[in-house]
Design a protein. Structure first.
Length: 329
């Protein structure tokens, strides 16, 4: 892979931790299109890492503050986006409490320590989750004043990481924002996410000619397109606002049966392909999420632009393009 030349004077130099992941890849792509000099930082490269990104291999689960600080100094980084998330790993559900704490909090603490070793101020955009707020009553519009009460090991560790960033901004040790992101849909979903599982189920149904079995729980959630999230990240990176948590979502709550039917019809199939089964479904967060996104509009001039139907349609089209049978096989 050719190494890109450093950006021109004045170009924002952006390091995306977890840059090969389901969100990080979109942030890298959009940042490159915006003219940033982009470093995709992850444990190992992936085939989709673009030639106009520079990949830096670093095991973020074990990287020391010294090694992270050295990377920031060597590449003269202006902005760090922390897009890592233990739940996006293939074994995310099997993580122990200790592993979750190390990945979602330990890395944040080591990153904050590393920022203190860099002479020039580096801006930090930390990606949290709406699930940090915990369970809320159905109908609640969740704004940033809501007191977080997470109950799962995953959400507690994510909240602890976000709180560490906010605490550092209050003391002046860091400059940046926490983005609390709703459920994400769109191209290249995490296989562990509900949208990612829907794609796999429909792919199997198409391949076998069978119906698509799907287990649905009694939940309504806020879904936002991953490309809109990347746009919010870039606006946060380029903003001067600091020391706040900002909700990023669609501002609507959709029930799971509606989401699934919209997915298959947007993909071009009749709803009758579905074999729906109702039971309690394991989740990283509560049964209801609906983000209040007014602060994002006021602070970042950000609003979601992609409808859920388009997001789900593009999610399927991207998967079909990647899994298209090779001629002659």
């Amino acid at each position: 892979m050719p190494t890109p030349r450093p950006g021109a004077p004045g170009t924002l130099r952006t390091a995306v931790l977890g840059g090969t992941g389901c969100l990080g890849r979109h942030v890298c792509e959009l940042a490159a299109r915006r003219g940033h000099y982009v470093l995709a930082v992850a444990r190992r490269p992936r085939p989709h890492v673009a030639t106009h990104h520079r990949f830096v291999g670093l095991d973020l689960a074990r990287a020391s503050p010294e090694s992270i600080g050295r990377l920031l100094r060597e590449h003269r980084v202006d902005v760090v986006v922390n897009a890592t998330d233990a739940a996006n790993a293939t074994d995310g559900w099997a993580r122990t409490d200790e592993e979750l704490a190390d990945l979602n909090l330990g890395l944040v603490c080591r990153l904050l320590a590393a920022l203190g070793t860099v002479e020039e101020r580096v801006r930090l955009v930390h990606i949290g989750t709406m699930h940090e707020y915990g369970e809320v009553s159905a109908g609640t519009v969740m704004d940033e004043a809501l007191h977080p009460r997470p109950v799962t090991p995953y959400t507690r560790s994510k909240l602890a990481g976000s709180q560490a960033v906010l605490a550092a901004t209050r003391t002046g040790a860091a400059d940046g924002l926490v983005l609390r992101v709703a459920n994400v849909s769109g191209p290249h979903p995490s296989p562990e996410s509900f949208p990612g599982k829907l794609v796999a189920l429909l792919r199997e149904a198409v391949a076998t000619g069978d119906r698509m079995p799907v287990t649905l729980g009694d939940a309504r959630r806020d879904f936002v397109d991953v490309r809109d999230v990347a746009e919010a990240v870039l606006k946060a990176a380029e903003s001067t606002a600091t020391g706040q948590a900002v909700n990023i979502g669609s501002g609507t709550a959709v029930d799971m049966p509606t989401l699934v039917r919209l997915f298959v019809t947007a993909a071009g199939f009749p709803a009758e392909i579905l074999d729906e089964r109702a039971q309690e479904v394991r989740s990283l967060g509560g049964a209801w999420t609906r983000a209040d996104i007014r602060r994002a509009a006021q602070l970042l001039d950000w609003r979601p632009r992609t409808t859920l139907a388009v997001s789900l349609r593009d999610m399927w089209r991207t998967d079909r393009a990647e899994h298209r049978p090779v001629a002659g096989r």
